[in-house]
Design a protein around this ligand. Structure first.
Ligand code: C5P
Length: 220
């Protein structure tokens, strides 16, 4: 039995990719497996928290004793999360949310022709930015950033622009990091701190994130 350090805390986690429909049979998505978000939710549960996991489509099994909310698109995820924000203490957005969606979803399958085809994309709402804008005094927010270049600089910009307390940044091209793997290699950013963490399992990183969020909460 693990020490119940998060007993009485409400923890909201997002995980996985989103799918943005083009027509009834096709969608735009990304390679997110959901593993990191699920690992965080599992760690929070083991520490005694009440956990809500809002997950895009993944191959993972539902977690026991966790409030599972399954969504498909970024707009679905936005609605599911913003309607559940009120009582949350720790909010961790590990989902790889699509930044854009097709402006129109065809109601019938788009047929192949001899012509080229062009799609117009519009912006999805930024869930994390919304949470940051509406942050309450008792809330601690952790965002994620996957970058392929200028990791720290881009991540620090995100931490500030989205009003996060903490941000976990990883480089897609680092071995043992990112999508699909069971391990991660990340940089943990806080207002006045940048920590390069050694490679660890996604579950270990989950505990590390929650421990740091508790520290941030106590410093508030
Ligand atoms: O700006 P970028 O998408 O790289 O930021 C990544 C962080 O923002 C992640 O925590 C992700 O879950 C969150 N995000 C979001 N809504 C979006 C896009 C990203 O919550 N539409």
């Amino acid at each position: 039995e693990m020490e119940q350090t998060l007993k009485g805390k409400n923890v909201l986690v997002s995980a996985g990719p989103t799918q943005e429909a083009l027509d009834p049979v096709r969608f735009l998505s990304n390679h997110s497996s959901g593993k990191q978000g699920y690992a965080i939710a599992k760690a929070a549960k083991a520490l005694g928290a009440n956990v809500t996991l809002v997950a895009g489509p993944t191959a993972l099994e539902d977690l026991k004793d966790i409030n599972m909310v399954h969504v498909t698109s970024a707009q679905d995820m936005f609605d599911a999360i913003t309607s559940r924000l009120d009582n949350q203490n720790y909010i961790i957005m590990a989902a790889a949310v699509a930044d854009y969606r097709p402006e129109m979803v065809a109601d019938q399958k788009i047929k192949k022709s001899d012509e080229e085809v062009t799609f117009h994309f519009v912006k999805n709402p930024d869930i994390l930015a919304y949470i940051g804008q509406h942050k309450k005094e008792n809330q601690v927010i952790c965002g994620f950033a996957m970058e392929t270049q200028n990791l720290e600089e881009n991540a620090r910009k995100k931490l500030e622009s989205k009003n996060c307390d903490m941000l976990i940044a990883n480089n897609l091209f680092t071995r043992g990091a990112g999508f699909q793997t069971d391990t991660n290699v990340v940089t943990l950013l806080r207002k006045n701190e940048t920590k390069h963490l050694p490679k660890c399992s996604k579950e270990e990183l989950g505990y590390k994130i929650l421990e740091t969020m508790k520290e941030i909460e106590m410093e508030k």
